[in-house]
Design a protein around this ligand. Structure first.
Ligand code: 6PG
Length: 232
């Protein structure tokens, strides 16, 4: 699906503008059906956006927040995306939102993925807002080049679920929604910052296999338009 690049003079302006766009989409979903679902990514990029969004006036008690992906670690681990969201987004007005984790204590990441698939099924689909990040290797969510479950993760013919993913560049085992759970969001955002990530995006927009730079699967095959938010 076509992507739209929105360029901002600085990262604070991007964070405020993205927070406004997300808040408006969530508010419209609440007006339409009494609830809204937001799925966010972890990493270092989204912190300022999370903090801006946390201050927006919304019926947050009608909003469910979950993760696009998670490291297979408990919420008290510094690598946890749940911890990142708890510290930066689930505060101020947004503290009233419901958080639905992907991590579950289980023998294996596969079992945790099955539990997360069951628990997140209640969120319904499509999600109202999905916020994706991107690594310098062209991964997004936990769709890493060389990932052991990458083909399954990118197969839009498969039903939405949370699956385990292991890859050299991923560190610990990951839990990730499949692309089919994310690609039809009402508002589908790729949030990246810095010159290096812009160069990675430009390469991803060129020729090459999806598996080489999995962000390509989103840019090329998502059923929703991709809104790319970028600041230097
Ligand atoms: C994660 C994210 C991942 C992230 C990219 C970019 O769990 O790390 O979901 O997909 O968006 O790795 O991370 P940075 O924002 O730290 O560059």
């Amino acid at each position: 699906m076509v992507s739209h690049l929105k360029t901002f003079d600085d990262r604070k302006l991007l964070a405020e503008s993205l927070a406004d766009a997300v808040a408006a989409t969530l508010a419209a979903a609440i007006d339409a059906r009494g609830q809204a679902v937001l799925a966010v990514s972890g990493g270092s990029t989204p912190k300022a956006f999370f903090q801006a969004l946390s201050t927006r006036a919304l019926d947050w008690e009608k909003v469910a927040i979950t993760l696009v992906d998670e490291r297979f670690v408990p919420a008290d681990n510094p690598r946890s995306n749940h911890l990142l969201v708890a510290e930066n987004l689930l505060k101020n007005a947004a503290a009233a939102a419901e958080f639905v984790p992907l991590y579950h204590q289980a023998e294996t990441a596969e079992e945790a993925g099955r539990l997360a698939t069951e628990e997140t099924a209640e969120l319904g689909s499509p999600f109202d807002v999905v916020i994706l990040g991107m690594g310098n290797d062209g991964h997004t969510a936990s769709f890493f080049p060389g990932g052991d479950n990458l083909e399954r993760a990118l197969d839009l013919g498969l039903p939405p679920e949370v699956i385990a993913m292991e890859a050299e560049g991923a560190g610990e085992p990951r839990l990730t929604f499949t692309l089919s759970a994310l690609d039809d969001a009402e508002l589908l955002v790729l949030h990246i910052e810095g010159a290096e990530k812009k160069a990675v995006l430009d390469k991803a927009l060129g020729d090459g296999a999806d598996a080489e730079m999995p962000i390509r699967a989103v840019l090329r095959h998502a059923s929703s338009p991709v809104s790319i938010y970028w600041a230097p």
